[in-house]
Design a protein around this ligand. Structure first.
Ligand SMILES: [Zn+2]
Length: 180
């Protein structure tokens, strides 16, 4: 199937594509990425509870930079760090990249975007970048809403800082003696 025939049709997101060509044609994709392609994400969560829903649009920004913008979401199960029980979480990521590192440099817009990395054939691994973005969107410390958590007492002590007995005045006071 050609990109054009695939674009716009709800269905599967292509695994690989030529992002510059897509941007020239202003293609849009929306559909799913099957969960079995998201093995790294599966390893970093308790489980994936469904396929990823993805929408991506290609085009140019006002200064002519070829860009792709997208949103991906996937239902996952995470383990609550407060009570140790799994809970459902809707993981969502928004992202935007330039489609060509070379063009980005030519237009001097490297401060605005990161460029996608292409393989030796000039193709972008769309599944790879979608998975990377979802992994980045994982919460640092997954927790239930407090209303749903079985541990109600949320007093957490992260390596309680024990103050040393207050030193007497200037901690360098003793140094003076050394220089007598
Ligand atoms: Zn919990």
């Amino acid at each position: 199937m050609t990109d054009e025939a695939n674009a716009g049709a709800a269905g599967l997101i292509p695994e690989k594509l030529d992002p510059v060509r897509c941007a020239e044609k202003r293609l849009e994709y929306s559909g799913t990425v099957k969960r079995q392609f998201l093995t790294r994400l599966a390893d970093m969560t308790e489980s994936l509870e469904g396929d990823a829903e993805v929408s991506i649009s290609f085009g140019r920004d006002p200064s002519g930079v070829f860009i792709m913008k997208g949103r991906a979401s996937v239902p996952v199960s995470l383990v609550c760090e407060r009570c140790g029980e799994p809970f459902s979480y809707s993981l969502q990521a928004d992202f935007a990249y330039a489609c060509s590192a070379r063009q980005l440099k030519e237009l001097g817009a490297e401060d605005i975007y990161d460029a996608v990395e292409l393989d030796e054939f000039g193709d972008l691994s769309l599944y790879g970048i979608i998975e990377d973005e979802l992994i980045l969107a994982l919460p640092m410390v997954p927790k239930h809403d407090i209303s749903e958590c079985s541990v109600k007492d949320d007093i957490q002590v992260f390596g309680e800082v024990k103050e040393d007995a207050p030193s007497e005045g200037n901690p360098f006071a003793g140094l003076g003696k050394l220089f007598k």
